[in-house]
Ligand binder design. Structure first.
Ligand code: PLP
Length: 407
């Protein structure tokens, strides 16, 4: 009999969101009358906006015509979209290193690219992550064999860099392992913290000095409203020789189900032996990926013209207003929290309590589902993540219920 890939066996059972779903089901089985509101997952809720929707519809209509039909496209994505992303998200950004279209690789989403990127580095690379962090960095590392097994508090092979109130949610860079793959997410999921220009400058320097490569996840960049905060790692000098950036249309325009993202791999980024990472990424994309949906790419193009960008701003403003409502409700209760001002997540601390304990309390007394911070890494213990993705009426109702919370 064929044996199982031992890396899969190394994955800790009970991925966070299935466990939350199970507890919600169990609660409803006991309290069928409960009208539960979810502030738990990072899934978008608002409809796709009219101009961007028209782009998708137009993309689909083209496929039904002899002149407009296209089959497989370039694995790297449509040239027009690659150029537009370079222009809108990078070349018009203050202080950003110029990005050329052949450094932009269109994907079916940031999560999928985070998984595929591991193929560049294989199974023997040390990995460093912010703790807490988006689970895919760690789980993807386990799947490829770069990390694992689970040792009770974390995976072997992963350096967990705690980010907490004491260090202002920015890790101690002296702890970066040498020659490693460093994952960094800003605006951060789950903490909502956004790294400043000085912090990112220090990060790039530390990554360079340790001979490492940075995978910078900017999936929430379009939620940044403070003009001094960088939206891209390529606004930091030197990043072009040590960083890859993954990004997504999911959270800025609600393409979570449509599936569209991109990854920037600078041509100036090389391995220890001088080989081009951009050329290898191109090879991987043409081997195990067949390009993003052509319909989705037409939607992406519509999102990047002036009307689409206006809609993107309105949609992200809507979720940011939700975040403001949640944050002020929690603060009125005297709960200390970060995030929510340049990110759609609020990270609330409940000293002396476990995350699951607070999760249960909020579920039982407010009928609100949240996300236990401990699910994002050891340093997330005693925190709860509140997501601002929801209809306004649900957010208002959830805030009313939360305002009566006693712990
Ligand atoms: N990166 C972060 C930090 C996320 O929170 C998410 C989704 O929640 C993703 C990437 C996934 O994005 P996509 O929908 O493009 O796969």
């Amino acid at each position: 009999m064929l044996v199982r890939n031992k890396n899969i066996g190394n994955l800790k059972a009970g991925y966070l969101f299935p466990e939350i779903a199970k507890r919600r089901r169990d609660f409803l089985a006991k309290h069928p009358e409960a009208k539960i509101i979810s502030l738990g997952i990072g899934n978008t809720t608002e409809p796709i906006t009219p101009h961007i929707d028209a782009g998708l519809v137009e993309g689909a209509r083209r496929l039904a015509t002899k002149e407009g039909y296209t089959g497989y496209g370039d694995e790297q994505g449509m040239t027009a979209l690659r150029e537009r992303i370079a222009q809108v998200f990078y070349n018009s950004l203050k202080g950003c290193r110029t990005i050329s279209a052949d450094e932009v690789f269109i994907s079916d989403g940031a999560k999928c690219d985070i998984g595929r990127l591991q193929l560049l580095f294989g199974s023997s690379v040390p990995v460093a992550v912010q703790d807490p962090s988006y689970p895919v960095y760690v789980d993807g590392s386990v799947l490829i064999g770069a990390a694992g097994p689970w040792n009770g508090t974390g995976y072997e092979g992963i350096s967990y860099l705690p980010c907490n109130a004491e260090n202002n949610y920015f890790p101690d860079l002296a702890k970066l392992p040498k020659n490693s793959l460093v994952y960094f997410c800003s605006p951060n999921n789950p903490t909502g913290a956004v790294a400043t220009k000085d912090q990112l400058t220090a990060l790039v320097k530390a990554v360079q000095e340790s001979g490492s490569i940075l995978i910078f996840d900017a999936a929430y960049a379009e939620y940044i409203r403070s003009p001094e905060l960088p939206k891209s790692i390529f606004q930091i000098p030197g990043a072009e020789t040590c960083a890859i950036e993954v990004n997504s249309f999911s959270k800025p325009i609600g393409f979570t189900g449509v599936r569209l993202g991109w990854t920037i791999v600078p041509k100036t980024l090389v391995y220890d032996g001088g080989e081009s990472v951009n050329a290898d990424w191109n090879r991987i994309c043409t081997t195990v990926f067949n390009g993003a949906s052509n319909i989705a790419q037409y939607g992406g193009l519509a999102a990047l013209d002036p009307e689409g960008l206006k809609e993107m701003q309105q949609l992200t403003d809507y979720y940011l207003e939700n975040a403001r409502l949640i944050r002020s409700t929690l603060q009125n209760l005297g709960i200390s929290c970060v995030g929510g001002d340049n990110a759609p997540y609020i990270w609330a601390q409940f000293p002396g309590r476990t995350s699951w304990d607070v999760f249960e309390k909020i579920l039982e007394t407010c009928w609100v589902v949240t996300t236990p911070g401990s699910g994002f890494g050891p340093a997330g213990e005693s925190f709860i993540r509140f997501s601002a993705f929801g209809h306004r009426e649900d957010i208002e109702e959830a805030c009313q219920r939360l305002s009566r919370l006693t712990l």
